[in-house]
Design a binder for this molecule. Structure first.
Ligand SMILES: [Zn+2]
Length: 280
């Protein structure tokens, strides 16, 4: 069996601020090392459960998904680095994997989690799939579900663990920090977080038969509230996307992979508008 490990950055132990998650931030070099350490802990744990292959995907967009330095990775794993990785899935997951582990995850926008946001913090206010608000744990897991891959484990702050359990009661969670506010937490030291991730990854991969897939009903109706109406002006130009109200658009897709692809185009439209305002 092949195991896929997707690693975001906001939910890594010790990380609470953009000075750690942005490449120009003073603490970024430390945070990218902690990110690699958590990934390696999951690789060690997964291999104890006996898979044939473990692939790690750098899933933090902050530095173009090039945050984990390849020389920091466990020799037995391979690394998906850079962006975009595939047309349907920004993380590069496909149907030939047997289990998905999510590390460094954060809760969705408007929740009280550490650096909570939904895909793009300057662009997206809320995304609803078939009427239910979704965060990134849900997106990646639903795409995995589309491919037939079960999500077996999620690590991040306490709010992210709650969000994951709500959507996937079977999933094993590791809490590496407890949110005090959006930019403050009580955190485990990275070494302790890594120990817990290693143990949980072994048990999660061993117990893959008891895990389920997150399956979203088709056709998929996706509604997106942008931060402002200008983003929706631009998004509504995408064929098949309907303007619902001032800052909300909606589209319907035949399956989750297609929804994921359209979602990235729609968010890209919103980001182009926001970026122009910011003069970036
Ligand atoms: Zn991120």
């Amino acid at each position: 069996m092949k195991v896929f490990v997707a690693v975001d950055m906001e939910g890594i132990a010790g990380v609470v601020d953009s000075s750690q998650t942005s490449p120009n931030g003073v603490d970024y070099p430390h945070a990218r090392k902690w990110m690699a350490d958590e990934a390696n802990a999951a690789v060690r744990g997964a291999f104890k459960a006996g898979p044939t292959e473990v692939v790690v995907s750098d899933s933090h967009g902050g530095n173009g998904c090039r945050n984990i330095l390849a020389h920091d990775l466990d020799r037995r794993a391979t690394l998906l680095t850079g962006s975009p990785k595939s047309l349907d899935d920004p993380h590069g997951l496909s149907a030939d994997f047997g289990a998905l582990i999510l590390l460094g995850m954060h809760s969705r926008n408007k929740s009280l989690g550490v650096i909570s946001h939904t895909v793009h913090g300057l662009v997206v206010d809320e995304i609803r799939i078939n009427g239910t608000p979704f965060g990134e744990v849900g997106f990646i897991s639903a795409l995995a579900g589309h491919y037939g891959v079960p999500t077996v484990m999620v690590a991040g702050d306490d709010r992210t663990a709650d969000e994951a359990k709500d959507a996937m009661p079977w999933v094993k969670t590791v809490v590496v920090k407890w949110a005090l506010s959006r930019n403050a937490a009580r955190t485990l030291p990275p070494e302790v977080a890594a120990d817990r991730i290693e143990q949980a990854a072994e048990l999660a991969v061993q117990g893959v038969e008891d895990s389920d897939r997150l399956v979203v009903e088709v056709p998929v109706t996706l509604e997106m509230d942008f931060m402002n109406a200008g983003c929706a002006d631009a998004a509504a130009k995408v064929p098949g996307v309907e303007r619902v109200s001032g800052r909300t658009v909606r589209f319907v897709s035949e399956d989750f992979a297609t929804a994921s692809r359209t979602m990235s185009v729609v968010i890209g439209q919103g980001w182009a508008v926001t970026r122009a305002w910011l003069g970036r």
